[in-house]
Design a protein around this ligand. Sequence first.
Ligand code: 5GP
Length: 192
Amino acid sequence: MKLLEDRIRRDGTIKAGNVLKVDSFLNHQLDIVLYNEMGKEFRRLFPDGRITKILTIEASGIGIACIAAQYFGVPVVFAKKTQSLNLDGDVYTARVESFTHKKVYDIMVSARYLTPDDHILIIDDFLANGCAVTGLIELVQRAGAGLEGVGIAIEKGFQDGGRLLRSSGIRVESLAVIEKMDAETGVITFRS
Ligand code: 5GP
């Protein structure tokens, strides 16, 4: 998606450890006009009328999922990263290793909001090694729901997540796929 690629080139910064910082429009301050275009694009890429819910993970996925959900006319469910008193009753959990924070944590979702009747589209901001998305897929499987696909804003194509997910037959659509990024020069190359 050219709009997103141009914005990453203009405002993204490359940090140590292959981390792309996009705080000025995606991860801290949110550009809602851009989000809206991303939402439309996700709908174009996943035209299937069977999708019943969008599943994401707190915190950065929520905004993107909510704007996209308006184009799908479905609710958003987000997996929580911390045990909350509000999360009562049956929950599905999965273990996730964080790429950016180098921590392992459990994600959870109430069994009430993921059911065997659901057809799920997973949406998240970044795809790197694929741990977050794999954890979300585990929640979908635990619930016995169907997985329709995975929509990602920025995929780091030089890390393994996308390849692993696609090779297991999962439909992954990323709005921008970074082929290379160089912290020294600041040059970012996208997959065409
Ligand atoms: P994965 O689980 O695929 O290794 O990493 C995906 C998660 O880590 C995303 O939910 C995102 O929050 C975070 N992440 C991974 N790489 C980056 C990055 O380069 N920049 C930012 N801002 N977040 C990242």
